[in-house]
Design a protein around this ligand. Structure first.
Ligand code: HEC
Length: 112
């Protein structure tokens, strides 16, 4: 009986390690994606508008981001834009998470 528990625990540790490895790799785990979407609406949305069409902050709709590179937008999210109200989100967000947010914004899914 106790042996089964040990095997089960090992299986759980192994599965957790796989999930961790996947997120270190740049893929964002599903529960974190849900948190990021919530953050996009409620934290980013407080300036950019809940539908991302702009407010105090500029529009983050796909058309508005079209001419800008991922690197440029990720840098603004992580470091903020000095001289404007856009705050820096590092260390609340990792580079992989900021990249995920940019890709989500480009798909136009954030404001739905
Ligand atoms: C306190 C208000 C505020 C909050 C909160 C905020 N932003 Fe901003 N953001 C701004 C402003 C203002 C600008 C435009 C700066 C300028 O004039 O260039 C901006 C610019 C940006 C840009 C660059 C857009 C472009 O076209 O160059 C991105 C991307 C961005 N914000 C993403 C985010 C994300 C993602 C969040 C949430 C994690 C967020 N912002 C939260 C105010 C905010």
């Amino acid at each position: 009986m106790a042996k089964h528990v040990v095997v089960l625990l090992l299986a759980i540790v192994w599965a957790a390690a796989l999930v961790f490895e996947a997120s270190a790799d740049g893929a964002i785990a599903a529960p974190r994606q849900a948190q990021l979407l919530h953050m996009l609406k409620h934290d980013c949305g407080s300036c950019h508008g809940m539908t991302m069409k702009g407010g105090l902050g500029s529009s983050l709709m796909p058309e508005a981001l079209a001419g800008k590179s991922d690197d440029e937008l990720v840098a603004v999210i992580l470091d903020g834009r000095p001289g404007t109200p856009m705050p820096r989100w590092h260390p609340l967000l990792t580079a992989a998470e900021a990249t995920w947010l940019v890709r989500t914004l480009r798909r136009g899914e954030a404001g739905q």
